[in-house]
Ligand binder design. Structure first.
Ligand SMILES: [Mn+2]
Length: 330
């Protein structure tokens, strides 16, 4: 009899079945997908009477702190001297360096496994379930929880809905599969408050973030007949608003929301003498090549880099590079 191909999740399920103490690890600069998926897994694994620890190198951003269990997150340096784990399970971590300081936990653990959806993931754990077709890691987490016969409670549903919403911009990106809609439907059935998720993730903002956005829009500049736009914020802008670095995440897209814009750059002083660049483009134009020129990288339509140049100089150089990129196609 021919052996059936092992399902990609089988190895991860086996690793969980034989583990008692499990450490869930999120990626640096955490987003809703890594945090939501890990929180959902924690709740599911608690149903299976596992001891679960949650780790992330960076603090969970404010806008995700409404999620159940979020207060359980620890930074790797908070781990007790004698703490050991049977399994480290990485969640939405595209490569080992994306764990940041959490990689130190790997030395305290017997086995390693991961679930992820980045097609660049080369499988750095013993057991790897990587589904590049999944628009969010939350979809893989959902399947895993079902395969473990966990009950999808209202709390689990809200965590997974946040993960799925984050990576698909509430189910509107090109990557959104019919499966993603079906799963979101099931999560809503399980009690995920989809309107609340939408408001918390995309509408509601602290006043300091609105103040920063106002300053950002004041710097909006059109280049190359409006095909390129730029936004630039100084450290002084952040200080004046009492804004945090995470408050700037939403700004990059505004340069892209303008009719006729094909590429945009959002540049901000990073407080360490450098400038952080966020680049965006409208399909089919690509900014990954521009990012590479400045020592960065990323996706075709969303990329970034950090440079050591004065703010204005940085913007000028990126705009020049973008012009060259656009002229290639003309
Ligand atoms: Mn993700």
């Amino acid at each position: 009899m021919k052996m059936k191909e092992p399902r990609p999740l089988d190895g991860v399920i086996w690793a969980i079945r034989r583990a008692r103490r499990i450490a869930l690890i999120c990626h640096v600069s955490p987003d809703g997908d890594t945090i939501g998926s890990a929180l959902a897994l924690r709740l599911g694994l608690l149903q299976l009477n596992r001891e679960v620890s949650l780790f992330c190198q960076d603090r969970v951003p404010q806008y995700l702190r409404f999620l159940p269990g979020v207060e359980e997150f620890r930074q790797p340096e908070e781990v007790a001297e004698d703490e050991r784990f049977d399994l480290a399970l990485c969640v939405d971590v595209s490569d080992a360096t994306r764990m940041g300081a959490c990689s130190s936990l790997m030395a305290r653990t017997e086995h390693t496994a991961q679930i992820d959806h980045h097609d660049t993931n080369e499988g750095f754990c013993e057991e790897n379930c990587i589904d590049p077709k999944a628009p969010a890691c939350a979809l893989v987490a959902y399947e895993l929880l079902q395969r473990l016969y966990c009950q999808i409670t209202e709390e689990i549903a809200i965590c997974l809905a946040v993960g799925l919403s984050t990576d698909t911009a509430h189910l509107v990106y090109n990557s959104t599969t019919p499966e993603a809609f079906r799963v979101m439907g099931e999560l809503v059935e399980a009690g995920a408050p989809i309107a609340k998720v939408y408001r918390r993730l995309y509408r509601e903002r602290p006043p300091r973030q609105v103040a920063l956005l106002a300053r950002a829009l004041n710097t909006l500049t059109y280049h190359h007949g409006g095909q390129i736009t730029s936004i630039a914020l100084t450290q002084q802008d952040f200080d004046a608003c009492g804004a945090l670095s995470e408050d700037a995440e939403i700004i990059a897209n505004y340069g892209m929301d303008i009719q006729g814009a094909r590429m945009c750059v959002f540049a901000r002083e990073n407080g360490k003498g450098g400038v952080k660049l966020s680049l965006r483009s409208v399909h089919p134009w690509q900014v990954s090549g521009v990012a590479t020129r400045f020592g960065g990288g990323g996706h075709a339509q969303a990329a970034g880099a950090t440079v050591t140049l004065p703010l204005e100089e940085a913007v000028q150089q990126v705009v020049e590079a973008m012009k060259e990129e656009l002229e290639k196609d003309e």
